[in-house]
Design a protein around this ligand. Structure first.
Ligand code: C2E
Ligand code: MG
Ligand code: MG
Ligand code: MG
Length: 287
C-alpha cells in the first residue's frame, strides 16, 4: 500500500525501506572486513590503439572476490563504499595495486584507474596518487585517471586535477555523453581523453543517431586536442566503423574481456611477441 500512496510520510513505515537500511549497514560492515581481509581484486581490460593496432594499455576494474558469494560486480558495492567513506582506503589500495601490477608487465603500457567523486571530496587524492607512484616506481606518464561528470569540478577539485597533470598523469573523462552537462563539463577542464560511453557504441550499427553522436564527439575531441576511446566494442563491425570514424582507441569484449592479474601479464607477453614477429617479417629477405 505504501508504494502507491502519494503521501511520502508513509515511506518512513515501509518495511522494505527499513530492510534496505539494515542491508546497507550489513554491506558496509562486510566491505570493511573485505578490505581488511584483502578480498578485493583488480581485473584489467586491454585497450587497443586503432592507429597502430597494438595494445595501448589497460583499464583496472575492481571486483569483490567474496568467499561465499563469488565474484561481485563493482556496480553492486561501489555506491555503498562511497556512502560509507570506505572508498577512501579501498581507492588507495586500487591505485597502489594497479601501479605495482603495471610495473610487472613486459611492455611499459598505460594503466587507467577509475576515481570516485568521494575520493576528491573526502580524501587528499593528490597525496594518494603520489604515494601509489612513489611506492610502485611507475612513471607518472603511464597513469591515466578516469573521472565522470559526477566529480564536481569545484575550484579545489580542478586545482587537484591540474596538480596531477603537473606530475605527468593523464586525465580522462569517462562515460562521455551520458550526464546532464557534458559540454560545459568538457569546457571546464583540459581533459586528455574522452571515453565515448558504451551506450552509443552498442546501438551504432542500427542507429544513425548514435553514429552521429560518436562522429561529433570524435570531431570535438580532435578540435580540443583530446584523444578518444570507444567503450563497449562487441563486434568486428563496430570496431571497423569506429576506426573509420577516427576514434583513437577501442575497448570492449570483442577485443578482450577484463581479466585477472596473471592473465593480463600473459596477454601482454603474447602481444609483445606478436610485435616482435611483425618486426621480424618486415626485415628484407635474401634472394
Ligand atoms: P566504467 O569505468 O565505464 O568501466 C567499463 C565497464 O564496462 C566495466 O564494467 C567493463 O567490464 C564493462 N565492459 C567493457 N567492455 C564491455 C563490452 O564490450 N560490453 C559490455 N556490456 N560491457 C563492457 P565493470 O567492471 O562492471 O565496472 C562498472 C563500473 O564500476 C565502471 O564503469 C566504473 O564506473 C565502476 N568501477 C569499476 N572499477 C572501479 C574502481 O576501481 N574504482 C571506482 N571508483 N569505480 C570503479
Ligand atoms: Mg572507466
Ligand atoms: Mg565508462
Ligand atoms: Mg561507467
Amino acid at each position: 500500500a505504501a508504494k502507491s500512496d502519494p503521501d511520502s510520510s508513509h515511506r518512513l513505515y515501509d518495511p522494505s525501506i527499513k530492510d534496505s537500511r539494515a542491508e546497507r549497514r550489513a554491506l558496509e560492515g562486510a566491505l570493511k572486513s573485505a578490505h581488511e581481509n584483502r578480498e578485493f581484486e583488480l581485473f584489467y581490460q586491454p585497450i587497443l590503439d586503432l592507429a597502430t593496432n597494438r595494445m595501448w594499455g589497460c583499464e583496472a576494474l575492481v571486483r569483490w572476490k567474496h568467499p561465499a558469494k563469488g565474484m561481485i560486480s563493482p556496480l553492486q558495492f561501489i555506491p555503498t563504499a562511497e556512502e560509507s567513506g570506505l572508498i577512501g582506503p579501498i581507492g588507495d589500495w586500487i591505485l597502489e595495486e594497479a601501479c605495482s601490477t603495471a610495473m610487472t608487465w613486459d611492455l611499459p603500457l598505460s594503466v587507467a584507474v577509475n576515481l570516485s567523486p568521494v575520493q576528491f571530496k573526502r580524501r587528499d587524492v593528490f597525496a594518494s596518487v603520489k604515494k601509489a607512484l612513489d611506492m610502485s616506481g611507475m612513471p607518472a606518464h603511464r597513469l591515466v585517471l578516469e573521472v565522470t561528470e559526477s566529480v564536481k569540478l569545484t575550484e579545489e577539485a580542478t586545482a587537484t586535477l591540474k596538480r596531477l597533470k603537473g606530475l605527468g598523469v593523464s586525465i580522462s573523462l569517462d562515460d562521455f555523453g551520458t550526464g546532464y552537462a557534458s559540454m560545459s563539463y568538457l569546457s571546464s577542464f583540459p581533459f586528455d581523453k574522452i571515453k565515448i560511453d558504451q551506450s552509443f557504441v552498442r546501438g551504432m550499427m542500427e542507429s544513425p543517431d548514435s553514429r552521429a553522436i560518436i562522429k561529433a564527439t570524435i570531431g570535438l575531441a580532435n578540435d580540443l586536442r583530446m584523444s578518444t576511446t570507444a567503450e563497449g566494442v562487441e563486434t568486428q563491425e563496430q570496431l571497423n566503423a569506429l576506426r573509420s570514424a577516427g576514434a583513437s582507441q577501442a575497448q570492449g569484449y570483442f577485443i578482450a574481456k577484463p581479466m585477472p592479474r596473471e592473465a593480463i601479464a600473459a596477454f601482454i607477453a603474447d602481444s609483445q611477441k606478436a610485435q616482435q614477429n611483425r618486426r621480424g617479417e618486415q626485415l628484407p629477405t635474401r634472394a
